[in-house]
Design a protein around this ligand. Structure first.
Ligand SMILES: Nc1nc2c(c(=O)[nH]1)N[C@H]1C(S)=C(S)[C@@H](COP(=O)(O)OP(=O)(O)OC[C@H]3O[C@@H](n4cnc5c(=O)[nH]c(N)nc54)[C@H](O)[C@@H]3O)O[C@H]1N2
Ligand SMILES: Nc1nc2c(c(=O)[nH]1)N[C@H]1C(S)=C(S)[C@@H](COP(=O)(O)OP(=O)(O)OC[C@H]3O[C@@H](n4cnc5c(=O)[nH]c(N)nc54)[C@H](O)[C@@H]3O)O[C@H]1N2
Ligand code: SF4
Ligand SMILES: [Mo]
Length: 895
């Protein structure tokens, strides 16, 4: 085994430390006990990282689209000459605003810095936006309005020290699992700590809530205006803080009083119980140490920025900011959502927390870069950017580390736009994605484990991502590609980097440049990290900014501890927030609200988590979850398929009625796309309305209709090798251990299943070891293909979705030889012994299935701890504990 390498997880903004070791039989991944974010813990996605480091599907060489329309391998020189030349021609003819970059919070800070410098300083356009526009933009805008700078004032320790944690629009248990486990542990230690969850859905996170407020989607501003008014009415105000350190309280209070002055009015606007609302307001009023943590249920809204400020207002009124255990806390999504903001990766910012709209800021950055130009106005924000590609204003786009054909709203429009675009360059680590399909140039990037640089997590902690694997094929770092284009344009001096440490050093110097009280004071200051050579950079331990030079830093380590903010008047601003309903309201055609979000074991468009069998089984298919009564009214049934349609697009998904959704809401996960399902890209359904301040899309609120998707047959196929799926009506794909699983359904009847099955699998040999069973009278068909005694594939079909257990059949693929009982089992569609069927996975860390858990509960395990002792489930990352608890509650003792 190789020496351990300490690095940082590439998934969520919790930013856990990971220790990786390369061994002969794979890569061993463990939590880094010395990392302050996780102290050794990892969630299931982090634990399964080794399974995603496989060669499958990697983009290994630069590719150029040839005259015949196909992508063909080429050299780096040819590809980069082509990119630099084509961009140059467009810029020369149409001006710098005719080109654009669309980048990502999954880039490293160094990549992001070079992209921003090249585009803003050398191309001279601000048309560089990022998927953080879909994610953090409302939080950024809210911070800037209130604090004068994009500063997150809370750390993970504050969460643990709080006496009240309010989680707003955050499914922390699934999306920031290690942080959630820290809250769970803190509450176990101090049971007086209270948790309130504000989310229309009941989620795994509400499992630990003392109070869950299932508010009507989009009404958070009413809720927090109401809280502001309530605090004021009850004298819960810090007058000294408000007087000395804030401006604008009167107007904010006037708006709150006018729009949400009575608890009853708020309860009715938010459609929640008055007594629950009063309980929340009272709890907040009497608890000094409150952290209000928020995420996409807040940011992704046409009122996202106001939602953020309505939360911050309550902390300002009570002076609960800048002190231990309290403050408003924006949880970042991607591993480097925060780092991207530090280097100004958004179209509306400059580098190092400087602004595009201030001549002094622009001059400072241009002086530092010594660059030929600097844009004087903001560039196009993500949604506008793709509109501009669609209408031809933007003629070339370079997309890096994001998959906009899946993840933008009105995503079919994104497809149409890219189809028309003169030049589409895509840097990715995976060859076939919904977006790479539209590329004219494909550039292979180094992936996690190969790339080297820094990321910053939700608590402003900078950590190193270190390489422990060699570069595969000709993959290169993202920053290198950008720098090479800069050099080709004649800016050799500005882009002469030999490694990420030099880029980091330049970034750190820029944060300190002119950062004094009489020039342009900013809280972001990395002066103390300036001057690191490669060895020092490689040894860099995780550190939160600001990192001042020398001993006497002019900035307190805790933001706002000195009562100083970064507005011109050095005071925090209350922002009045008149509430507005979501732009598109429901009507008779689209009577329900579509809410979209994440599942526990997948990451975004699945390009990486989709490769891991362990992560694939928890939720194997795209689904639509809705209240049982709404399901009844829509005429759809649990387990069957449904059309989910909006004015923008439609998809087909499996119906669930988990009991987690309130009436009139439906939830669809964001992850599935054309690589993993025939028809499940929810981005195509989402309305493209954005918040007027931040430009962040309203992903959590689109009017929608759900209808039955009638099929003649349901089926599934497990096969050792991938099977082409084009001709079938509906399919979804799951990666298994040594097989691929397809869930299938068809609207056309199949006359001869045996022929169809052999044809689908390519079984040409009439003498193949093939077993089949068919009952035409009821439409049931089963077949299995056995090669050299091992199962090669099996197919099961039925008119209803009542098909055999996939868990049991999956087990057959690890057997070296099927025995007679297995063969009989395949024919009758039942496992030879019931224990072989452990059921769908609940605990992904130890692969423990639902049937096994229910069996153990029947056997007397009535607590999560007892289940853990018997089956190990829930004893690693803890993400499945809410489900274990739910199973215990719903499983009756045997009579
Ligand atoms: N497993 C997993 N973890 C992830 C990711 C992933 O893909 N998979 N992605 C990462 C990224 S980039 C991000 S941005 C984060 C996102 O992390 P979260 O924000 O926690 O995740 P989401 O599922 O998008 O949405 C959060 C919740 O908002 C609720 N919501 C919807 N509408 C409203 C509303 O009007 N008001 C309120 N208060 N709540 C509402 C939804 O019901 C949902 O439960 O997760 C990160 N972590
Ligand atoms: N409906 C709906 N849509 C949403 C959301 C929602 O809640 N609802 N959430 C939004 C949010 S918060 C986010 S953050 C976005 C995420 O959406 P995307 O950013 O589109 O999703 P990813 O799958 O993370 O895409 C990352 C891409 O980069 C590639 N990649 C990985 N590592 C590297 C690397 O080092 N270099 C390069 N060049 N490429 C790399 C991956 O293979 C993948 O193709 O989705 C947004 N879209
Ligand atoms: S909590 Fe987030 S950062 Fe930590 S291991 Fe899980 S996905 Fe990675
Ligand atoms: Mo995100």
């Amino acid at each position: 085994m190789s020496a351990p390498v300490r690095t940082t997880c590439p998934y969520c903004g919790t930013g856990c430390g990971v220790v990786a070791r390369v061994a002969a039989d794979g890569i061993a991944i463990a939590g880094d006990a010395a990392h302050p974010a996780n102290a050794g813990r990892l969630c299931v996605k982090g634990s399964a990282l080794g399974e995603t480091l496989v060669p499958d599907g990697r983009l290994l060489y630069p590719k150029l689209r040839g005259a015949d329309g196909t992508l063909q391998r080429t050299s780096w020189d040819t590809a980069l000459d082509h990119v630099a030349g084509a961009l140059r021609r467009i810029i020369d003819t149409h001006g710098p605003d005719a080109v654009a970059w669309y980048v990502s919070g999954q880039l490293l800070t160094e990549d992001y810095y070079v992209a921003n410098k090249l585009v803003k300083g050398y191309v001279g356009t601000a048309n560089i936006d990022t998927n953080s526009r879909l994610c953090m933009a409302s939080a950024v805008a809210g911070h800037q309005r209130a604090f004068g700078e994009d500063i997150v004032p809370v750390s993970y320790e504050d969460l643990e020290q709080a006496d009240l944690v309010v989680l707003v629009g955050s499914n922390t248990a699934w999306c920031h699992p290690v942080l959630y486990q820290r809250i769970v542990a803190a509450k176990a230690q101090r049971p007086q700590m209270k948790i309130v969850v504000v989310d229309p859905r009941r989620t795994a996170t509400t499992d630990i809530a003392d109070l869950h407020l299932p508010l009507r989607p989009g009404t958070d501003v009413w809720l927090f205006n109401g809280l502001l008014a309530f605090l004021h009415q009850h004298g819960v105000v810090d007058p000294a803080f408000v007087e000395r350190h804030t401006v604008g309280v009167a107007r904010a209070l006037a708006v709150a009083d006018a729009t949400a002055g009575s608890v009853r009015a708020v309860a009715s606007a938010c459609r929640i119980d008055t007594s629950a609302l009063t309980e929340f307001y009272r709890l907040f009023a009497r608890t000094e140490r409150v952290v209000t943590a928020f995420s996409m249920g807040v940011n992704q809204s046409s009122a996202g920025t106001d939602k953020v400020n309505s939360i911050i207002n309550c902390h300002l009124l009570t002076g609960r900011i800048g002190k231990p255990g309290m403050g408003p806390f924006s949880l970042t999504g991607q591993p480097n959502a925060m780092g991207g903001r530090e280097v100004g990766g958004l179209a509306t910012m400059l580098a190092a927390h400087l602004g595009l709209d201030d001549a002094r800021h622009r001059a400072l950055v241009q002086r530092f870069w010594n660059s030929p130009r600097i844009p004087t106005r903001p560039g196009l924000k993500a949604v506008e950017l793709f509109d501009a590609i669609d209408d031809g204003r933007v003629k070339a786009v370079w997309i890096m580390a994001t998959n906009p054909v899946v993840s933008l709203p009105d995503a079919d429009k994104v497809k149409r736009a890219l189809k028309k675009c003169e030049l589409v360059v895509v840097s990715d680590v995976i060859e076939h994605t919904d977006t790479t399909a539209y590329a004219h140039v494909l550039l292979p990037a180094l992936a996690w484990g190969e790339k080297d640089g820094t990321v910053t997590n939700s608590e402003r902690r900078i950590s190193r991502q270190r390489a422990f694997l060699p570069a595969p094929g000709e993959a290169r770092p993202d920053w290198w590609m950008l720098a090479e284009v800069g050099k080709r344009w004649g800016y050799a001096e500005a882009f002469r980097y030999t490694g990420p440490h030099q880029i980091f050093d330049e970034h750190a110097r820029l944060t300190a440049f002119g950062n004094t009280d009489d020039e342009v004071p900013r809280y972001l200051d990395l002066a103390g990290l300036v001057g690191m050579d490669r060895a020092a950079y490689d040894a860099l331990a995780p550190v939160c900014w600001p990192v001042a030079a020398g001993q006497a830093g002019s900035r307190p380590l805790r933001p706002f501890a000195d009562g100083r903010f970064y507005t011109p008047e050095r005071k925090a601003r209350f922002v009045p927030t008149p509430p507005r309903a979501p732009v598109h309201a429901c009507d008779d055609d689209y009577p329900l609200v579509l809410n979209t979000g994440r599942v526990r074991d997948h990451w975004h468009t699945m390009t990486r988590t989709g490769l891991s069998p362990r992560l694939a089984t928890h939720i194997a298919e795209p689904y639509v979850d809705l209240h049982p009564q709404d399901a009844l009214l829509c005429g759809v049934r649990e387990g069957e398929l449904a059309w989910v349609s909006t004015r923008w697009g439609r998809l087909v998904a499996r119906v669930r009625s988990s009991g987690e959704l309130p009436r009139r809401s439906v939830f669809v996960p964001i992850h599935w796309n054309a690589q993993y399902a025939s028809d499940a890209r929810v981005g195509a359904l989402c309305n493209p309305v954005v918040d007027p301040v931040s430009g962040e899309p309203e992903f959590k609120h689109t009017p929608v209709r759900v209808e039955p998707f009638a099929v003649r047959w349901h089926g599934f196929l497990l096969s050792r090798t991938p099977v082409p799926m084009q001709t079938l009506t509906w399919w979804t794909r799951v990666t298994g251990a040594r097989f691929v699983r397809y869930e299938l359904a068809g609207r056309e009847p199949v006359d001869d299943w045996a022929a169809c099955a052999r044809d689908m699998l390519g079984v040409g040999d009439a003498d193949a070891d093939w077993i089949e069973y068919e009952d035409r009278s009821v439409g049931v068909f089963r077949a299995a293909w056995i090669v050299d005694g091992r199962i090669a594939a099996c197919l099961f079909v039925s008119p209803r979705p009542d098909l055999p257990s996939r868990a049991w059949l999956s087990g057959l693929f690890v057997k070296e030889r099927l025995d007679d009982r297995d063969r009989i089992g395949l024919l009758v569609g039942e496992p030879p012994d019931r224990d072989a069927d452990t059921g769908p996975t609940v605990c992904a860390c130890f692969g423990v299935g639902r049937h096994a858990i229910v069996g153990a509960i029947h056997g007397g395990c009535r607590t999560v701890e007892a289940l853990g002792q018997r089956l190990r489930c829930g004893t690693n990352c803890g993400s499945c504990i809410p489900e274990l608890r739910a199973l215990i509650a719903s499983t009756r003792e045997p009579a």
